[in-house]
Ligand binder design. Structure first.
Ligand code: FES
Length: 287
């Protein structure tokens, strides 16, 4: 698929999400309920049809042909959304990095993907020692944000070709103290026990859940899938995903139905009548 095609897909997905979020926060509860029922109905129709389609392709053309179809990112995303093909995070990360590899290579830097663990991507840089690492990091993070669903953190490992001789590290560098940055999500009385609410903070899509008076915040995506959790129902501390029924503990982010995966959990505090969520960190100035 062309880059423009992938961009268009992302734009459509973002627009659909925006429209769903707008309808889900409609002031009329009947509209909210009907939207939830509509989405579930559409999901059921698509799920049945797609499952039969994939089963038919597998039986007529074999598993290898399904894999060939999945080389198209749009098809892969669709089938992954319905749990019909395994999510390959490493492949997604490689493809995301491909968007900037040529440009970085021209600047004398090659990027090696080392690992993808949940929302964290580990890379190693090879090449010129004089390169501006902050600029490279910026390019890589932008590419991963664009191309890898759920990406949150980039870890750049030691540069292989530039391993320095033993040096004395200044004590001030040994510990870089950082503190969380809290942002207001909503009024504390806007979320009753047993309720959930989607919020967008600093470009991150979160879901808040009130469990017996304690508010928790998780990423508003079901595991590695691109589908939002906001249409799920809260049963105690367990959030049951509306799409395929995965169960998540919103306090820990852990999966509680025996499946794999973990939700990113964000620190929450209630301050002067507002629920605030930590969506990043900032360095603490040396005293
Ligand atoms: S998207 Fe499949 S259970 Fe949530």
């Amino acid at each position: 698929m062309s880059e423009r095609g992938a961009d268009a897909d992302r734009d459509v997905l973002e627009e659909v999400e925006r429209l769903i979020a707008a309808l889900q926060s409609h002031s009329d509860p009947a509209v909210r309920e009907q939207v939830g029922a509509l989405l579930q109905g559409i999901d059921t129709v698509h799920r049945i049809g797609l499952s039969r389609l994939v089963a038919g392709i597998q039986s007529m053309a074999g598993e290898a042909f399904v894999h060939r179809l999945c080389a198209d990112p749009a098809i892969r995303l669709l089938l992954m959304s319905y749990g019909l093909v395994a999510v390959n995070r490493r492949l997604q990360a490689e493809e995301a990095l491909d968007a900037v590899r040529g440009h970085l290579h021209a600047g004398g830097v090659d990027v090696e993907l080392c690992d993808v663990v949940g929302s964290v991507v580990y890379v190693r840089l090879h090449g010129r020692a004089t390169v501006d690492e902050a600029a490279v990091r910026h390019d890589l993070e932008e590419a991963l944000h664009d191309g890898l669903l759920g990406f949150q953190e980039l870890v750049i490992g030691e540069r292989e070709t530039q391993r320095p001789a033993a040096t004395v590290i200044p004590a001030s560098n040994l510990k870089r103290v950082q503190r969380p940055v809290y942002r207001r999500a909503l009024a504390a009385d806007a979320l009753a026990p047993g309720q959930t609410a989607p919020v967008e903070l600093e470009g991150q899509s979160l879901l808040l859940a009130n469990v017996e008076g304690e508010v928790y915040a998780v990423r508003n995506r079901c595991g590695d899938s691109p589908l939002p959790l906001q249409f799920g129902r809260l049963e105690g501390a367990e959030l049951v995903c509306s799409w395929h029924g995965c169960r998540w503990d919103v306090r820990s982010g852990g999966r509680v139905d025996g499946g794999e995966g973990r939700l990113a959990v964000y620190p929450v505090r209630v301050d002067t009548g507002s629920v605030e969520v930590a969506v990043g960190v900032e360095p603490v100035a040396a005293g």
